[in-house]
Design a protein around this ligand. Structure first.
Ligand code: HEC
Length: 105
């Protein structure tokens, strides 16, 4: 039965390929765009935790558009006295993608 082993091994490798890569890709984008310098997923750093942002805007259908603009332009007054600076390193499409990811935390 020794010849069965390589097939078994291959099936295991295939199962690993099914891991949720988009989630990791968006974390990688947030890291690459410097968002994680001020934010963490589940704790406040300079900016609010992404889980808190997601909880605050749950059910708010305008949140996505408003936050996309805010990520690009920066702004303050919602979470405290510290303002988020503008993020000219992200395009509108990237900002949209990042906000969708933040709101899904
Ligand atoms: C220099 C620090 C800093 C960086 C870099 C930064 N943020 Fe922020 N962010 C903040 C602060 C501070 C706030 C809170 C602003 C407020 O109270 O309105 C915030 C708020 C937010 C909010 C919630 C806004 C609201 O009105 O509720 C989102 C979403 C967000 N940031 C996403 C991002 C994304 C995506 C990036 C990367 C492109 C990023 N941030 C980079 C500091 C930062």
């Amino acid at each position: 039965m020794k010849h069965c082993l390589p097939l078994h091994h291959m099936l295991l490798v295939c199962a690993c390929a099914l891991l949720p890569l988009p989630v990791l890709a968006d974390l990688a984008l947030a890291t690459a765009k410097n968002c994680m310098a001020c934010h963490n997923i589940d704790k406040k750093v300079v900016g609010p935790a992404y889980k808190d942002v997601a909880a605050k805007y749950r059910g708010d259908k305008n949140a996505s558009a408003r936050l996309t603009a805010k990520v690009m332009e920066g702004g303050g007054g919602v979470w405290g006295v510290v303002k988020m600076p503008s993020n000219p390193q992200v395009s509108e499409a990237e900002a949209k993608k990042l906000v969708a990811w933040v709101l899904s935390q």
